[in-house]
Design a protein around this ligand. Structure first.
Ligand SMILES: Nc1ncnc2c1ncn2[C@@H]1O[C@H](COP(=O)(O)OP(=O)(O)OP(=O)(O)O)[C@@H](O)[C@H]1O
Length: 278
């Protein structure tokens, strides 16, 4: 049984905008899945089906093998946490601490557990210094971290991040990359994220879906996706800078092994230049 499965999921807005067309998507335990696609491809619409915010026009969405119904929607929202693109809509309490406590409080947890969870996510996201600040006065990147903390405090099994790096500074992007990479092993979570920041895809994802005009047009490992440069370019997408550079070097006759993320590229470069990697 898959954690999330969609079968020919189709969504039409206002009876005339086909935002999703026959989408077949699968997410398993402890996966890190990237969904890439140009503006309007349907990424956010797909996410809104994962916890029942939207209902399919046709087709199915199954969470742990079951369709979303009135009787299980509360349980499903505990299981699937979504951080939306616009963090403004997700932070609203007088202080950051209260804001993060909102979800766990709604789950009916006791005070001690709530306090523990709030402290834990403030630490994980390195925002302890924001604890007593009003969230609506925070910067965009700070708000984003608070929004992620609020969802994480509910300890979802599946974390959905809609463009998580939008508005983050370079250090924020690096921190987020590191943080997301730890979630599957340390917390057993599955992470599904969309992004226009292609270089983080190669640092985080172990599986990629490519969307265009409401459809999944390609899916696979980094190697399977990033070797399709022409398709990506036709869809207004790109490949990460490191494999692009390595490919150019190979075309200039340099004997260097293809790699996709920073760590494996470093190994490839050191080997190509006759240096030992330790
Ligand atoms: N509430 C809505 N009502 C009508 N049309 C909508 C609504 N939300 C999205 N759409 C349309 O559905 C299509 C898919 O939009 P969606 O937001 O899912 O794309 P996206 O891939 O997340 O885009 P982006 O990268 O710009 O965030 C677009 O054509 C969009 O204009």
């Amino acid at each position: 049984m898959h954690l999330i499965e969609t079968r020919n999921l189709t969504h039409t807005y206002n009876k005339n905008i086909d935002a999703l067309k026959n989408v077949n998507f699968i997410a398993g335990r402890k996966q890190r899945i990237a969904i890439i696609g140009a503006n309007g491809a349907g990424k956010s619409t797909l996410f809104k089906h994962f916890n029942g915010i939207l209902k399919p026009t046709s087709g199915e969405i199954l969470i742990r093998g079951e369709p979303i119904t009135k009787s299980n929607i509360k349980e499903i929202r505990k299981l699937v946490g979504i951080v939306f693109q616009n963090s403004d809509d997700q932070v609203f309490s007088p202080t950051v601490e209260q804001d993060i406590a909102f979800g766990p409080t709604n789950l009916g947890l006791d005070e001690h557990t709530i306090e523990h969870r709030v402290n834990e996510v403030l630490r994980i996201l390195d925002i302890e210094d924001l604890r007593n600040r009003p969230p609506h006065h925070l910067s965009g990147g700070e708000k984003k971290r608070v929004a992620i903390a609020g969802v994480l405090a509910m300890e979802p099994q599946i974390l959905i991040l809609d463009e998580p790096t939008a508005g983050l500074d370079p250090r924020g992007v690096a921190d987020l990359t590191q943080f997301v990479n730890r979630l599957p092993e340390e917390y057993g979570m599955t992470v599904i994220f969309s992004t226009h920041h292609i270089d983080i895809v190669s640092e985080i994802a172990d599986y990629i879906y490519v969307m265009d005009k409401g459809q999944i047009v390609a899916q696979g490992s980094m190697e399977e996706i990033f070797t399709q440069q022409e398709l990506l370019s036709d869809l207004r997408l790109d490949i990460p800078v490191l494999p692009k550079l390595i490919k150019n070097l190979q075309m200039h006759g340099i004997d260097i092994k293809m790699a996709y993320n920073y760590e494996s590229s470093e190994k490839s470069f050191l080997k190509a230049f006759g240096k030992k990697y330790d």
